[in-house]
Design a protein. Sequence first.
Length: 97
Amino acid sequence: MATYIVLSSFTDQGIRTVKDTTKRADGVREMARKMGIETKSLYWTVGKYDVVATFEAPDDASMTALSLAIAGGGNVRTQTMRAFTKDEMTGVIGKLG
């Protein structure tokens, strides 16, 4: 399973309905589960991003589908990044020759 970090910022709609953000997070966890993706962590943050989450997904296509579904709700804009463990990065570096 690959690890992904998702940075989210509230849209105008999302901030108007911010009282529902924890309920929406439960919905994201359930949606991810149905897609075969595990929600590893989910934090509300202060700064440029309002929510930071980590997921483990079987492939890029599954994670892209989840990211699109989350953004499609209209409450957040997302930026998804593939993350690598130390062992995975060692493998990547090993391919440099």
